[in-house]
Every structure is written in C-alpha cells, then in structure tokens.
Ligand binder design. Structure first.
Ligand SMILES: [Mn+2]
Length: 354
C-alpha cells in the first residue's frame, strides 16, 4: 500500500504539503481542483500545476478525490451525454498527466451528511457526528445552513453553496429516479468512460454512500456488499472499482468490512480508513482511528487489506480536531497524522507476522 493524506490544494487547505511531508511514512497526497464545479472541464495546465506543486514538496500525487459528477449524469437528463463528454476530456488530461486513480461518488443531491461537525468528546477533542433522529426533523432546505454554520469558515467538499442554492430544482430532478434508475445511470456513465480509462489505465473508485442508507427519501445504491458486488458485475471492466471507505460502510454496523474486502476480488483501488463509535441505532460519532476508541476492529480491516495484497493508496480518513487546532472539520493535520502513524504501525506488524 501507499500511505497518503488528502490535501485540498493551495488557498483551500490550511495544512501545507511541507507538514504532510513530515508525517512518517506518508509519501503521497490525494488532491483535486477544489474550485471546480461538477460538470466543469479541467484544463491540462491546471492539472500540471497541481502535480508540480505536490512533487516540488517531494510527494506524489497519488490520485484525485474527486472529479465530481454532474446531476445531469446521475438523473439521465437529456443533456447527460454532453456532461459525460466533458468528464471524458478531463479523464484524458488526467491520464496524460500520469494520474491513474479517480475517486467519485454517485449520491443524489447531498454528499456525506452529518448533523454535528464539532461534537465535544469526553477528552475535549471535537469530531463530526450523525444522529438520524435529528435528520428526521430537519427540512433538507436547512441542511446547507446547518453544515455551513459549523464549518469553521471552510468550504466543505460536496457542500458547494452554488450547487445547493438550487435545492428545490435538484430535488425535482431526482423525483422520478429510484434506485433501479440510479443504478442504470451509473452503469451507463461507467460504460461510456471505460474506453478512456483503458487507454490511460485510470482506476475509477466509487465512494460508498455516507451514511449507508437513504437520507431525505433520496435513493442510495452503494451501501454494502450486495450493492458493491452488483456494481462490479454491472460493469465488469477492472477499471470499475471501489474506494473502500470504512467510515461510510461502517455507518451500518451490519456491514462486515473485512468480509467485503475479501469479496471484492482485486477491485479495491483506494482505501479510506477511519473508526466510528456507534452510540445508538442510527447514531454515531467519528472516533480516533485506534480500534479501542470506536466500534470497529481496525486491525482486522488492515489485515484484510494486507491479505488481499492491496497495493493502492490508503489514507487516514477524517480525524478529530485536537490540540487546539481549528482545522477543516474532519481534515485537521494532527489527528490524521496520528491515524497515518497508527495505520503504518498496524501494517508493519501484519507484514512482519505474515
Ligand atoms: Mn471516505
């Protein structure tokens, strides 16, 4: 595996590449052109500038998270082919720049959802938390405001105000899109982009839905083993793969993550590892990465990845804000660095014992 951290780019991320470079064992970053709207074309110069900035700091650009997918593609609007053509152009340019991994999601309207972005834990750290009983009382119109209020002033991935300003129109687009249609639209998109992925050896890695159940009545199609295997069968090309995100799949305690890892048979292209503490059904908070701090067995997850011979990028996913850091929720430096060190330690132990 290749240990990486997510980096949002200059002007957006208060964490610097120089800081990331000093985290032991981290050799790459996962980044994006953070100012790009879904459906916008990425220019070659912009991609090269990002890559050069990363390499100048003696790190590798190990993949892109994300190239976001326009709602026209997710809903099969009449203009979807135009947006798919733009997506293919962007993939071509990423391929030409030597990028071989693209993470994306196929969630309607809302990306990841939390009800609290700075819940205070008993140790004084703050973390992101989710409570379905709160979501059940919230008007989706108020969701953007709820997230923005707690964002420490940062723009958060997937919560672009420009896009969500038209929430009513967005919901209307999805009115007739059920799970079956959403799945068909995903397969249509993947079949269109597989040729360019084959040409440039680009692994597409779908991010599971977070949380792993329908929110605000919108369909979800990437929630567990059955869905993932269904999608791998739906488009058999090995470039159609998965981002194994333990924090998203793990929102449903019934998801057996080591078993999912074993079943995906070489189709995991990227891994996000973090831990959650389940406090009640539909209620959880993001804990430290350490197994004993949450509800997941992180050792078993790392071992399962090692056992399948996983060679792709791993990143410590969300961390808490600790030591007074006023970081982007989930993406402060310190706790993610601790996470990377812990995951590297587990990996070394598994490796030396095998
Ligand atoms: Mn994730």
């Amino acid at each position: 595996m290749v240990m990486t951290m997510r980096w949002f780019g200059p002007g957006f991320d208060p964490v610097t590449l120089e800081q990331i470079r000093q985290v032991p064992g981290v050799t790459g970053v996962i980044s994006t052109l953070y100012n790009k709207q879904p459906g916008e074309e990425w220019k070659s110069e912009e991609i090269t500038a990002l890559k050069n900035a990363v390499e100048k700091a003696d790190l590798q650009l190990s993949g892109i998270e994300s190239v976001n997918i326009h709602d026209a593609i997710k809903t099969a609007s009449p203009d979807r082919d135009r947006y798919i053509a733009t997506y293919i152009t962007t993939l071509e340019r990423l391929g030409q720049a030597g990028i071989h991994l693209v993470c994306y999601n196929f969630m309607p309207v809302f990306d990841w959802t939390r009800t609290e972005l700075a819940k205070v834990r008993p140790d004084g750290s703050t973390t992101m938390a989710y409570d379905q009983s709160i979501i059940d009382t919230i008007d989706p119109d108020n969701m953007q405001a709820l997230i923005e209020r707690q964002s420490n002033g940062f723009m958060l991935a997937g919560w672009e105000p420009e896009r969500l300003a038209k929430l009513g129109e967005l919901f209307a687009l999805y009115r007739d899109v059920d799970e079956k249609k959403l799945f068909e639209n995903l397969c249509y998109f993947l079949n269109c982009i597989m040729p360019v992925c084959d040409t440039y050896d680009i692994n597409m890695a779908i991010h599971p839905d977070d949380p792993a159940w329908p929110v605000f009545g919108l369909p979800r199609i990437v929630t567990g083993k059955k869905d993932l295997l269904h999608l791998m069968e739906g488009v058999k090309n090995p470039h159609n793969g998965v981002t194994l995100c333990t924090g998203s799949l793990g929102t449903n305690p019934k998801n057996d993550i080591p078993d999912i890892i074993g079943s995906l048979n070489g189709r995991i292209h990227f891994a996000h590892i973090r831990n959650l503490l389940h406090t009640a059904p539909g209620k959880f908070e993001e804990s430290a990465h350490l197994s004993s701090d949450g509800s997941m067995d992180i050792f078993a997850i790392v071992k399962a990845l090692h056992d399948i011979g996983f060679e792709g990028p791993i990143r410590p996913d969300h961390g808490r804000n600790i030591w007074g850091e006023k970081g982007m929720p989930g993406y402060g430096l310190y706790d993610r660095a601790l996470g990377a060190a812990y995951l590297n330690g587990l990996w070394e132990a598994v490796e030396k014992n095998s």
